[in-house]
Design a protein around this ligand. Structure first.
Ligand SMILES: Cc1cc2nc3c(=O)[nH]c(=O)nc-3n(C[C@H](O)[C@H](O)[C@H](O)COP(=O)(O)OP(=O)(O)OC[C@H]3O[C@@H](n4cnc5c(N)ncnc54)[C@H](O)[C@@H]3O)c2cc1C
Length: 417
């Protein structure tokens, strides 16, 4: 059987090898991060990525194209097509420019309070509409609500209703998504805004997840001690009010800024929490529900957003064994970020190629999560990805070795034919 990385087109393989070569070696990564940090601050023409075309070309070809989807609709659509050609079910698209980027004084000038128009929310609304119009059937639009600016963030963290402008922007975006057969993720953020985001998500799910399928998904962070309880509460609400609950399960991305006591004490604790939530949902006996009650459990769809191979394989194997035992199945989809954890994505894709059962939910639906925006818009996103690779050094090294083996395999094939 061919290795998972055999699915990578040659150009992507070489670029991935270069990036993994740098990110898996601390001696190369540390100066690389310093350079990226330096370029992320406003600079004169020589070190300005948008004005210095040579710098722009180097960064774009080596780094940006590995992690990001494109600077405009044409580039984004080409990247999406390449990804779908590899066998991915679709993409999750998000816009890098999360706020309007204006200073407070600029905001004051452009906010027309007498008309209740907030310029940050307006810019977010336009950016998100532009994003959803680049995707289609079966893809996901990812929304970061605090990106809509200060007024929205304040409402989310104080438990107040969203400003009317944001309420109507959200409905407009969801209607546009539905008309394009696109699903919507509400991303999970820091704990002080999360109860507000949960409320918004529940309201959208009540409204849009009615036709037996989930259109809107809320995100649940496995690293938070409170998540099993909150998720159980939402499952009860979905059952009582008869809407489909869309669950995107992540481990959680805000460890460095969240109060430590809210988070599982160890990485192993987070892993156990993540896997047991996934297992309970797949088996229809989540927390206080017994197997006998499975019949009454709410209709749910599960999206496992993770780079962790053991978690992914556990869920996939559980689904498979339930399928063979003719037990009820739920829809499970999987997603990883573009440029990261290709071993996970490609292993899942390869399993798909082997599965010929054709049964409902038998196919493994795998997605890549893409961020789009200009090089300048994406620079902080690129920095976060580079830092994440530094934290996951064992995984990055394993990825580098797998890529090197695949390059050697292809070269041997060429020379022996
Ligand atoms: C498609 C996609 C969408 C995402 N959307 C969101 C989102 O909306 N909101 C969000 O918050 N994150 C999101 N993430 C990021 C995610 O939460 C994780 O930070 C990231 O995927 C790394 O976790 P992992 O499951 O891939 O596995 P691993 O790399 O195995 O796990 C790393 C994670 O484990 C946890 N961890 C690490 N050390 C410890 C410790 N000492 N104690 C306790 N826990 C620890 C942290 O959550 C850390 O991120 C998304 C990820 C993907 C792939």
């Amino acid at each position: 059987m061919l290795p998972p990385h055999s699915l990578l087109p040659s150009r992507m393989l070489i670029r991935s090898l270069l990036v993994a070569g740098v990110t898996s070696h601390p001696l190369l990564l540390t100066p690389g991060l310093s350079i990226l940090n330096f370029l992320s601050k406003p600079r004169g023409p020589l070190f300005n990525m948008e004005r210095n075309r040579i710098l722009h070309t180097i960064l774009k070809n080596l780094l940006y194209n590995h992690f990001c989807a494109g600077e405009n609709a044409r580039e984004v659509k080409a990247t999406i097509q390449n990804i779908k050609n590899m066998g991915f079910r679709g993409v999750i698209l998000t816009y890098a420019k999360e706020t309007s980027g204006k200073s407070s004084s600029e905001k004051d000038l452009s906010n027309d309070e007498s008309k209740g128009v907030d310029s940050e929310t307006m810019a977010w609304h336009q950016g998100v509409l532009q994003t959803v119009r680049m995707i289609g059937d079966g893809d996901f639009l990812a929304l970061k609500l605090t990106g809509a600016g200060e007024a929205v963030t304040t409402a989310l963290s104080s438990g107040k209703p969203l400003p009317e402008q944001m309420e109507s922007a959200l409905l407009d975006v969801c209607d546009e998504a539905i008309s394009r057969h696109v699903n919507v993720f509400l991303d999970a953020e820091q704990h002080h805004v999360q109860p507000g985001i949960d409320e918004v998500a529940l309201n959208l799910m009540r409204r849009y997840n009615r036709g037996g399928v989930a259109v809107v998904f809320n995100t649940y962070q496995g690293y938070l001690k409170s998540t099993p309880r909150i998720l159980l509460d939402h499952l009860h609400k979905a059952r009582e009010e008869q809407f489909v609950i869309g669950i995107k399960l992540v481990r959680g991305a805000y460890m460095s800024t969240e109060p430590r006591h809210l988070i599982q004490d160890t990485k192993e604790g987070t892993d156990i929490s993540y896997d047991s939530i996934a297992e309970g949902l797949i088996q229809g006996k989540y927390a206080d529900w017994t197997q006998d009650e499975a019949f009454n459990s709410p209709k749910l769809e599960l999206f496992l957003a993770t780079h962790n191979l053991p978690s992914t394989l556990k869920a996939q194997q559980l689904q498979k064994s339930r399928m063979h035992a003719q037990l009820p199945l739920i829809r499970i989809q999987y997603g990883q970020l573009l440029g990261m954890a290709d071993e996970v994505s490609l292993t899942l894709l390869q399993m798909n190629r082997e599965d010929t059962s054709g049964k409902r939910f038998a196919a493994t639906e795998v997605y890549k999560c893409l961020t789009w925006g200009t090089l300048n818009d994406c620079i902080f996103y690129l920095l976060r990805r580079a830092n994440e690779n530094k934290d996951a050094v064992t995984r990055t090294l394993a990825e580098y070795r797998a890529l090197k083996r695949e390059v050697l395999r292809r070269m041997t094939n060429i020379f022996s034919s």
